[in-house]
Design a protein around this ligand. Structure first.
Ligand code: GLA
Length: 376
């Protein structure tokens, strides 16, 4: 964990008074369980070291003044009045969405001055937006004494996306940002929100490499996949795909194309999450890798959310004997790949894969986990 940066002087220089609250929240990487959350299924995300930090102080009036050190236009303080939130202002939409949703749910907040910074890369499939929502909600919880537990806080973050930003996401990212940490994966049943922390075995370490191909879930493809699942569930007579057992797969495969394949991905992916949790607990490393590769193939062929650059990263991982398995992580259509490697080998392997990728593609790969050493 990096040392907390001293952002107070910067806040003070900008707003002419000291800050009252400092809060932060991490981005996440999903180990396995993709596009299962909005189908009522299982997910297994982890927090990553990259995070969003907010520094803030309440105001006497209803104004929000917000400054981002590294998102959007540099050096500009944006502002709005509580109750006057309007979509379409870039990163400020997440701030506006948080105040809009909090007030809509009856939480009493006043205006505030806000300074924020994030090192979770935007559009990388690592939930920069959930990190921003959860960090700000934590900051406002403390500043205004809001009665919110960590699950409720995550649900409010999801509501910001769905109701204000217009991205019809599931609950995984905000739950991970709010509840994951300490090097353990968060095994979450998105129906009922029961969760358990599952540590990684000592013999493995995660790798996360950003492909440099960015995505946005407010756009079309994510929405289309979600609608396909809802249509398939309706045709099969269940409320959510979670309600189907694997024995019902042959019936699902009689649905019009591509619905059967979408269902097959969701059913088999839910089973892979359960198998992965068992393998992690049993420290059965031989089982882990094939589960990750199978998840990738299912996302690529049945769910069709991969892109050639992501497939290239997975293929490069396959050529490395110290990588156990690799797969596309997050919503897809670009973003990042997660791998599990033998402990102690991650940094060297990731650097090699990133260099080969950058040679062979039009994009530059960035290793996010393990965090590159300062000065290298
Ligand atoms: C995005 C969404 C999540 C989840 C993943 C796919 O990250 O925000 O809710 O649906 O895609 O697993």
């Amino acid at each position: 964990m990096r040392a907390p940066p001293d952002d107070a002087p910067r806040f003070e220089a900008l707003f002419g008074r000291p800050p009252r609250v400092h809060a932060r929240a991490p981005g996440r990487v999903n180990l396995i369980g993709e596009h299962t959350d909005y189908n009522g299924g299982f997910v297994l995300p982890m927090a990553i070291p990259q995070q969003t930090e907010v520094v803030l102080a309440p105001r006497e009036d209803r104004k929000v003044r917000a400054f981002s050190a590294n998102l959007g236009a540099q050096g500009q303080v944006d502002e709005y009045e509580l109750g006057q939130e309007r979509r379409g202002r870039g990163w400020l939409d997440y701030v506006q969405g948080v105040t809009h949703v909090l007030r809509g749910e009856g939480h009493a907040i006043g205006g505030f001055d806000l300074w924020l910074r994030s090192d979770v890369p935007v559009g990388s499939g690592l939930s920069s937006s959930a990190a921003l929502e959860v960090a700000l909600l934590r900051g406002l919880r403390e500043a205004f004494g809001l009665a919110l537990d960590d699950v409720r806080l995550a649900l409010l973050g999801q509501k910001v996306e769905c109701d204000f930003v217009g991205a019809p996401v599931g609950v995984m990212d905000q739950m991970a940002s709010s509840l994951a940490g300490g090097g353990a994966a968060l095994f979450l049943d998105t129906r009922g929100l029961r969760y358990e922390r599952v540590p990684l075995p000592a013999g493995v370490e995660p790798i996360v490499i950003n492909s440099g191909v960015t995505h946005s879930h407010a756009g079309g493809d994510y929405r289309v996949r979600r609608a396909e699942c809802e249509r398939a569930a309706g045709l099969l007579g269940v409320a959510q795909l979670r309600d189907l057992s694997e024995q019902e797969l042959p019936r699902a495969l009689t649905l019009p194309e591509p619905l059967g394949r979408r269902v097959r991905h969701v059913l088999t992916e839910n089973a892979r999450v359960l198998d992965t949790v068992r393998a992690l607990r049993a420290e059965d490393l031989a089982v882990l890798g094939p589960l990750l590769y199978a998840s990738h193939a299912s996302q690529r062929d049945d769910y069709e959310v991969s892109v050639p650059e992501i497939d290239l990263l997975v293929d490069l991982a396959r050529a490395e004997p110290d990588v156990l398995g690799a797969r596309l992580t997050g919503g897809g259509f670009g973003g990042s790949v997660v791998m599990l490697a033998r402990a102690g080998k991650g940094a060297a392997v990731a650097a090699r894969i990133a260099a080969r990728y950058t040679e062979r593609s039009a994009h530059k790969a960035t290793v996010l986990v393990p965090e590159p050493q300062q000065g290298l």
